[in-house]
Design a protein around this ligand. Structure first.
Ligand code: WTA
Length: 667
């Protein structure tokens, strides 16, 4: 562990946070009366965590063969519900149809241009079965991997469930990633099929995905076929006809050509509890993203149980998690958790500001949404537009609000509470990660008294703690590192193809404990306050991005000698990407190069990684052992007084950076 991984001044609780500690919101009585979760859950789970998980697994999931062993724990490798067999798609779709819920809406889908589709559970069963038969025809078998690179259209969850129906694993790659990023993920997963679309709508424009998928597939010998949904070709509402997708004969096939003619009968394949359900790539502290492994039964239990209790799900709820399915939030809380609970959900394809900044409030009003789950960065973006826009719509159907992705500042919390929640909706601030699969720290609505900015307490059965540098539990009131001391059902099972890296990344910092990479503090009442990442991972608009990944993209450019990237605090996106770049001798560091480098990063990783600030500097501050001191660069980026500079090899470097120039701002 490097000296960079200490909680730094910039990550400490701010003055506002300290004040908010004294602001408390007890659950409204009317909510508490009907709440699904009860305080007794904590005691039950604490008394015997394994019995708690076991009972829920038997109750909530439908098994083809019941499991024999709840947990086999050979640290850091966990196996849950051994001996059991089930099918995840059956649990998410078919059993609800069998139980008489075939006509219940599974998804209300709204396309950005305004087109709509409603899928009932019976529709979903038919579409998933047909898609699964099409995958079979294309050679997909139990145990294979399928890469999915799609916009937010119904075919995305359908494709995921079709994989699950066959016992094949998917790896969904967010549509905002570049061809190169997609290619790396396809290669690592050795996917044999890519499912994509001719594009999706974003801010009134078609966004091409097929061209990027083609470029990605060129370097991927494992890819046998590409299945393409026509989304843009037939909408054309903007009046501009985009160039039609180019199909490669023999490899590419249109979704409507192969799926429509399939039989709607496709028996779900019973698979082992620990069968791979999906891989999801996430940024870590190195340049290469990690393929996080999630398996079937434990993941489905963890996501469906937390979804039911934390979002207080009732049969008539209209639940909207406004994330993109390309991230873990979408996997767990748009697809698997809600569908396993037979919940009616909302899927919206586009941007929150299109055609206007009240698009979401319009959707809530129209569909009578009852539960909304979103990210602080979105809330802050809405705040900037003022309270008049939500006030123009009837949001009285809402009864519960959720937040995820980064610490929510009390100001945003209060704005959300007042302007969206009408001061009547409890807010659940949910802490979790791609790796944890399910929410681990969150209020239970109707039970927990909340404090703006605190994720409050671990979910029943979850052993979270805050420890010091040596792994010793800290007394209440002190800041340290967030760890998990016991395994949980939806936890990652490893990093695809790299068990050593799994051990080193998560389990070596504090032996016997899972290290989340987040700083945390518990207040005098035991509430957890998350303090942000303590490693080289940034959180930009709720997206996890590694500083090192961007640095390696920058130095990959022929003009760049060296680069260092830090996160700069940003009032809307949480953090903004700030790049310090040293060019090679003789290269003119002009505006044009700044633009070129930003483009280059967008091409290598994706537009979400494009540096907002870029500063050319003659040198970078380094320790005597040659390590770049990002802590000092963060000080420069924030315009703060410099911290300790005594370990610098050349103490004049930072001052000269600071004096030299101001960064160009791309915002
Ligand atoms: C951060 C997203 C504070 C945290 C589900 C974590 C949060 C990282 C919260 C995981 C929260 C997520 N309060 N911080 N409620 N939720 N985080 O993998 O730093 O995209 O480690 O998963 O987001 O990001 P990931």
């Amino acid at each position: 562990m490097s000296d960079e991984q200490q909680p730094t001044e910039g990550h400490g609780p701010d003055v506002e946070g300290l004040r908010a500690e004294h602001l408390t919101f007890p659950p409204p009585e009317s909510f508490a009366r009907n709440a699904t979760a009860t305080r007794a859950l904590y005691e039950e789970a604490e008394a015997d965590p394994l019995a708690f998980w076991e009972q829920r697994a038997r109750e909530k999931l439908s098994w083809d063969r019941p499991f024999e062993t709840v947990l086999e724990w050979d640290p850091p490798f966990a196996k849950w519900f051994l001996g059991g067999r089930l099918n995840v798609a059956y649990n998410c779709v078919d059993r609800h149809v069998e139980n008489g819920l075939g006509d219940k809406v599974a998804y209300h889908w709204i396309g950005e241009p305004g087109d709509r589709r409603t899928l009932t559970f019976a529709d979903l069963q038919r579409e998933v079965s047909k898609a699964a038969n099409a995958l079979k025809e294309l050679g997909v078998r139990t145990g294979d991997r399928v890469a999915i690179y799609m916009p937010m259209i119904p075919e995305l969850p359908i494709a995921m469930l079709a994989c699950a129906r066959l016992g094949a694993a998917h790896t969904v790659v967010f549509g905002g990633f570049s061809a190169e990023a997609l290619s790396g993920r396809i290669q690592d997963a050795q996917a044999k099929l890519v499912i994509t679309a001719d594009g999706g709508w974003r801010r009134g424009k078609p966004v091409d995905l097929k061209t990027a998928a083609d470029e990605a597939a060129r370097a991927c010998p494992t890819v046998e076929h590409m299945l393409v949904v026509r989304r843009i070709g037939e909408t054309g509402t903007s009046g501009k006809a985009p160039a039609p997708a180019v199909m490669e004969p023999g490899r590419d096939i249109w979704w409507h050509d192969i799926v429509q003619r399939q039989s709607a009968d496709c028996p779900p394949v019973p698979i082992d509890s620990e069968q791979l359900l999906y891989l999801l790539y996430t940024s870590g502290t190195t340049a290469k993203p990690k393929g996080i492994i999630h398996t079937s039964a434990g993941y489905l239990l963890g996501t469906s149980l937390t979804h039911e209790l934390i979002f207080d799900i009732k049969p008539d709820d209209v639940y909207w998690c406004a994330a993109d399915i390309g991230w873990v939030t979408g996997h767990s809380y748009i697809v698997y958790g809600p569908l396993a609970n037979a919940t009616t959900g909302v899927l919206y394809e586009g941007a929150p500001d299109t055609p206007g900044w009240d698009r979401w409030w319009q959707i809530i009003d129209e569909l009578k949404v009852t539960v909304l789950y979103t990210a602080p960065t979105a809330i802050r973006a809405f705040m900037k537009q003022g309270e008049a826009l939500p006030a123009q719509h009837d949001l009285s159907s809402l009864r519960l609000l959720g937040s995820v992705g980064e610490p929510i500042n009390p100001e945003a919390w209060l704005w959300y509470h007042v302007n969206i929640g009408g001061e009547r909706c409890p807010i659940v601030d949910t802490w979790w990660q791609t790796e944890t699969g399910m929410i681990l720290i969150s209020p239970l609505p109707g039970v927990t008294t909340t404090k703006p900015g605190s994720a409050t307490f671990p979910f029943p059965g979850i052993a979270a703690d805050v420890v010091d540098n040596e792994g010793q539990a800290l007394p209440l009131g002190e800041s340290g590192y967030l760890v998990l001391k016991e395994p949980w059902p939806a936890m990652l099972r490893g990093i695809y193809g790299d068990p050593e890296r799994y051990r080193a990344t998560y389990w070596s910092r504090f032996p016997g404990m899972y290290f989340a990479g987040d700083g945390a503090r518990r207040d005098e009442e035991g509430y957890f306050w998350l303090l942000g990442r303590v490693d080289d991972v940034m959180n930009v608009a709720g997206h996890r991005i590694s500083t090192i990944e961007i640095e390696s993209a920058l130095v990959d450019h022929h003009s760049v000698a060296e680069a260092a990237v830090v996160g700069k605090n940003d009032p809307v996106t949480g953090q903004a990407i700030f790049a310090f770049v040293t060019t090679k001798v003789g290269v003119d560091s002009a505006d044009a190069l700044g633009r070129e480098l930003r483009e280059h990063v967008a091409k290598v990783i994706g537009p979400i990684a494009r540096p907002r600030y870029l500063l050319f500097t003659p040198d970078l501050p380094k320790t005597r052992s040659g390590k770049i001191m990002r802590r000092l660069l963060r000080d420069v980026a924030e315009g703060r007084p410099l911290g300790d500079t005594t370990t610098l090899a050349d103490a004049t470097v930072v001052e000269s950076i600071r004096a030299g120039a101001s960064a160009s701002d791309d915002g």
